[in-house]
Each structure stands twice: as C-alpha cells, then as structure tokens.
Design a protein around this ligand. Structure first.
Ligand SMILES: Nc1ncnc2c1ncn2[C@@H]1O[C@H](COP(=O)(O)OP(=O)(O)OP(=O)(O)O)[C@@H](O)[C@H]1O
Length: 402
C-alpha cells in the first residue's frame, strides 16, 4: 500500500525518510508479494487463489478511463491472450476489452465460482481499499463478478502503486537476486471480517516487538484478552514465520477470531515507511529498546539473511530477556487520537510536528524525542488500564468460517 497517499507535498515526506531505516532492498519487497509467501504458509492463510497476469491484462489495468467488458460476453475465438495486434478488430476490443485477455477473464470468473461466488481481490501487495466507494456493494471490497474487480482495480491508487511504484525508494540487491515482478491477481474467498480480530505485528531482528489493532475503533472486550492475544500471536510467529521468512525485519497482518487460539495470516508487509505503523510510529519501532539478541534462532531461510545493524544501537543490556514481551497496543476508549500517531483510514504516514522537528535535528534530538515519547506512552498506557465499559463496542461481532 502506498505510504504517502495523502501527502501532496513531497517535502513533507522527506523528514520521514531520515528516520533510521535500514535501506529497503528490492528483494524485501518481492518477499512480501502474496505469491512469494502464500505457498510457504498456505496452511495458515486465508483460502485464496493466485492468477498470473499477462501483459495485455496489465495494459488494460494501466489504461486511462474505465471500459468494462459487457456482462454477457460475445465469444470470438480470434481473440486469445496475445501480445500482437495481428487479426484484431479494434472496434471489438474497444467495446469488450476482455477480448485481449479472454483466458484470464474466464479464469477469474471460474475462480469466483469456485470460491463460492464472492471474493476479496488484491494485486501482489495491495487491495483496492481506497476504491470501495465505487463498488456496487458500497464501502466494501466484496466482488461477485470479474467486472467488480476491474472497476475497483482501475479506480484504486493503491493498485496503481503496485503497478507503477513497487520499487520506489528501494536499494538494489546483488545481481543474483531476482528483480522482476511477476504480477498476479489474488482472489480470496469472501468472509465477513470482524475488524476487532485484525492485528498488525512488527518484527525486528527476527523478534516480534509489537502488536496492534488494524482497525482504529475501540473494542473494550479486547483489553482483558491482551495476554491471550499476545501469546497466540507469539506462538504462531515462533512456530511459523520466525525461522522461515527470509528477512529479519518485516510486519505481518493476521486475523485472530474467537476463541483467539488460531491465527490466519492475511498479509506480509515490508519494513519500510510504505507500511502503515498504525498505533505505533516508525520512530518507536526503530528505536525501541530490546534485550540482546537471542542465541540459536533457527534460520531455515533459503536466502541469506539481509544484513541490518539497527539492533546493535537499540539493545538494552538492562532489559531481561525472560521478562521481555512484545507490546500489544489497543485503541483506548476515549479517542483513537489519544495516540497522536494513529492515522485516519488510509491517510499517509503524516508525522506529528515533534517527530519531524526531531528528525530534522539529527540523531541526538531524535533520541531525546524517543525518550520523551516513551514517557508519554507509558502515561497513556496507564490511562488505558483505567478505562471502563462506557461507550465501548458491545461484545464480539460474529464471523463466518474462513
Ligand atoms: N477474504 C476476505 N474477505 C473479506 N475481507 C477481506 C478478506 N481478506 C482481506 N479482507 C479485508 O481486506 C483488508 C485488506 O487486506 P490486505 O491486508 O490483504 O490489503 P493490503 O492492501 O495489503 O492492506 P495494507 O495496505 O493495510 O497492508 C483486510 O484488512 C480485511 O479487512
């Protein structure tokens, strides 16, 4: 998902780029592509199908304007997926763009049927969450037809970001690393998502360091479940991702429905400004003090781990390994704005002025800011524990099978 969607002036972005981020390499972006990790973690992912996309299909997505195939498609055996224009009738293509990618069009229709008639679509990295206003089913990504998908995709800046800006601000890898993007359409079987069950989890140096809600509403019933949520996610991370995901630093999204004992992996995101830190800030995540590195971390990664030095600066000898647990951050009752970093839905990572000023002032002012921020956060957490039931969402919202 594009990080700076709502920041119009690129000058506003620059201070964020000065945070102590390790350089993001193209391979890290590729490791977060759905088709890269889905097979590896299939047993814990949402039910989904992956359709490789052809050049004509990608050209259609990139074209200006929205021309949808007719709902009842005229079949014409001359028009198969083909990159040459020989024998094509341009008028027919204009009225039915799917004639340029008829196999894929049919595959999409068949897959929607196979998945029960409703799907949530995404491209390699992003879902068209910003375009739900245009969907027949308002404010939803629920798609019942191929045309629903095309309409969402062609209206979405997030999809456009995947197509045109996937490697923005990335460093080159070594020549042995693949750099080419094989675009895919991901169709996930639709289910009624309970937003209180969605969490984003942050991993630094192969250690789970933070967990937070993805939805910015307050769910009072989550507060007593905090330990259970942390333990279940930690167990899942230790048993599944920790030793097998090729990068040391990343974020992953999970769905954790009642009774909070089984994790569904929804997405893996790069450790980069483009990933929304939600209830954390990148400054916190990057500078959070951690115990010294664990010994004997299993690493069955097929690729050599990337070399980052960020942990060396932020290990705290005083922090006891056994006592240390990742922080679970939930939205407080009174107002999500209690966290000044909480961004409104799909806005970019606009930073509070304090952070911008701190980052402009170099390393020492950033550390000052981090220390002050830590104190402030501790104060907020105390307030959180004191919150009562008033004004909270009642109970849990039922979900369907996934
Ligand atoms: N199978 C599904 N059925 C219904 N809704 C879904 C399904 N899968 C995902 N969603 C919804 O779509 C949202 C976005 O999905 P996903 O995280 O894959 O997109 P994304 O573009 O990578 O998001 P982000 O940019 O925040 O990482 C999820 O938070 C969830 O609410």
């Amino acid at each position: 998902m594009p990080a700076f969607e709502s920041i119009e002036d690129p000058e506003e972005v620059r201070p964020l780029m000065r945070l102590p981020f390790p350089p993001v390499q193209k391979s890290q972006i590729l490791h977060c592509s759905y088709d890269y990790w889905h097979q590896k973690y299939r047993s814990s992912t949402l039910k989904s199908r992956i359709i490789p996309l052809s050049a004509p299909f990608l050209s259609y997505l990139r074209e200006d304007g929205i021309v949808l195939p007719p709902e009842t498609q005229a079949t014409n055996s001359n028009y198969e997926d083909n990159t040459t224009s020989e024998g094509w009738d341009d008028d027919s293509q204009d009225s039915d763009p799917s004639l340029r990618f008829s196999e894929i069009h049919q595959q999409i229709k068949d897959t929607i049927t196979e998945l029960g008639g409703l799907v949530a679509p995404k491209l390699n990295w992003s879902a068209p969450k910003d375009a739900t206003w245009i969907n027949m089913k308002k404010n939803s990504m629920e798609c019942a037809t191929a045309n629903d998908i095309y309409l969402l995709f062609k209206s979405s800046d997030f999809i456009n970001h995947d197509l045109e800006h996937a490697f923005d601000d990335c460093a080159e890898d070594g020549p042995q690393q693949p750099q080419h993007i094989n675009y895919v359409l991901v169709l996930r079987k639709w289910f009624k998502v309970n937003p209180s069950c969605e969490f984003r989890c942050f991993v630094r140096g192969r250690r789970l360091i933070g967990i937070c809600q993805r939805d910015l509403n307050h769910f009072e019933f989550l507060f007593p479940l905090r330990d259970q949520i942390r333990d279940t996610i930690q167990r899942y991370f230790d048993g599944t991702l920790k030793g097998t995901f090729p990068d040391e630093n990343f974020a992953f999204d999970i769905y954790l429905p009642e009774p909070y004992d089984q994790v569904r992996l929804v997405d893996i995101n790069p450790w980069a400004p483009r990933t929304d830190p939600l209830l954390f800030s990148w400054l916190e995540l990057l500078t959070m003090r951690l115990p010294p590195p664990l010994l004997g971390i299993p690493d069955s990664s097929p690729d050599p781990p990337l070399q980052f030095s960020s942990d060396e600066d932020t290990q705290d000898e005083g922090v006891e390994e056994l006592e240390w647990k990742p922080e679970v951050r939930l939205v407080n009752k009174d107002d999500p704005e209690a966290y000044s970093f909480a961004s409104p839905q799909y806005s970019a990572h606009k930073l509070p002025k304090d952070v911008v000023d701190a980052s402009l002032g170099g390393e020492s002012s950033m550390m000052d800011f981090a220390r002050n921020w830590e104190k402030m956060v501790n104060g907020q957490l105390d307030m959180q524990h004191a919150s009562d039931d008033e004004g909270s969402v009642e109970g849990n919202i039922p979900t369907t099978d996934i």
